[in-house]
Design a protein. Structure first.
Length: 316
């Protein structure tokens, strides 16, 4: 073991700084100037507004007059609000039903195009709805499924069926679910395909030699070796499903009013109780309380999801 030699006068000389510590200090000097502006922006546009929304949620406030302290009154009122219950259920249905369909389709399409020639073109076509404005796509969706639209015309030409009122109130939320699946599937195909592309081909070759069919290769090769990507995608969808707004707003609403409350999700509920509608209620405290409740619920869901999907990393 090397020991520092004593210097003249009985004092020991300090060891010279290692190259690693010097390099680490230089790295810190390099990334701190880039990190600080991002942290300041995050603080200004995320942390501070979140704290302000939490504070407002304990008050009755219309945005103009003085705040009136309500304590937990807004939260208690939400528990008996039928519209909030509907928005909560619709949000969870979007999360579970639309999310399940998106991931099933994404895996199916990934397996189909994984070895297909021109798969980059197919992936680009599937990804295209995600890069177009949700407002534009909601208008296209409305044209397709209106009473005299393209879908009813095709069904009538093929099967002679009468026009189906796809956009009636009874059918509006299922059409929103279908549109959400259409909008999002291409993104998750891209994410999952990126994870699958990392898997070496010899794993699939060994599975074929062992007599594994397509489902067995998916179960024993694809899923375990791309599980980290699946976990990220599932977490991303859980967070994204809470924030879906533009498509529902434009597809279900009119030029002068919001969609019917039966199709509201949590984002539309917050908007409807604050700015939205022909006669906005400007109940900012009530809307903030609903946003805080949904934030807390989905934070718990994300933590639970991460724990459920946690697996030991597989190296290859």
């Amino acid at each position: 073991m090397a020991v520092a030699a004593p210097a003249a006068g009985g004092r020991t000389r300090k060891a010279a700084p290692s190259a690693g510590s010097v390099l680490e200090r230089e790295r810190r000097k390099l990334y701190i100037p880039f990190l600080v502006p991002a942290l300041l922006l995050y603080l200004a546009f995320v942390i501070v507004p979140s704290i302000a929304a939490l504070w407002i949620s304990f008050h009755r406030w219309d945005g103009v007059s003085d705040m009136e302290w309500r304590g937990l009154g807004n939260y208690v009122a939400l528990l008996s609000d039928a519209t909030f219950h509907t928005a909560l259920v619709n949000t969870l249905v979007i999360l579970v039903v639309a999310g399940g369909a998106i991931f099933v389709l994404s895996f199916g399409i990934t397996m189909l195009i994984r070895e297909m020639r021109g798969r980059k073109f197919v992936r680009s076509v599937l990804f295209f709805p995600h890069i177009v404005s949700a407002i534009v796509l909601s208008i296209v969706w409305g044209f397709l499924f209106q009473y005299n639209g393209v879908v009813n015309a095709i069904l009538n030409a093929l099967f002679g069926t009468d026009p189906i009122p796809w956009l009636d109130d009874a059918n509006l939320f299922p059409m929103i679910l279908l549109g959400t699946v259409w909008l999002s599937t291409g993104l998750y195909v891209t994410i999952i395909l990126a994870g699958v592309d990392r898997i070496p081909t010899y794993f699939y070759e060994d599975a074929l030699l062992a007599g594994a069919n397509a489902f067995q290769r998916l179960r024993h090769v694809t899923l375990p070796l791309s599980w980290d990507v699946i976990t990220v995608a599932a977490t991303f969808w859980t967070i994204s499903s809470l924030k879906i707004f533009e498509f529902i707003y434009a597809f279900g609403g009119t030029t002068a009013d919001l969609p019917p409350p039966a199709v509201w999700n949590s984002a539309l509920f917050v908007y409807g109780e604050s700015f939205g509608g022909r006669s906005p209620s400007y109940m900012f405290g009530y809307a903030s309380a609903s946003a805080m409740l949904m934030l807390a619920l989905f934070s718990v869901l994300v933590v639970v999801l991460r724990r459920v999907l946690r697996r030991d990393p597989v190296e290859f």
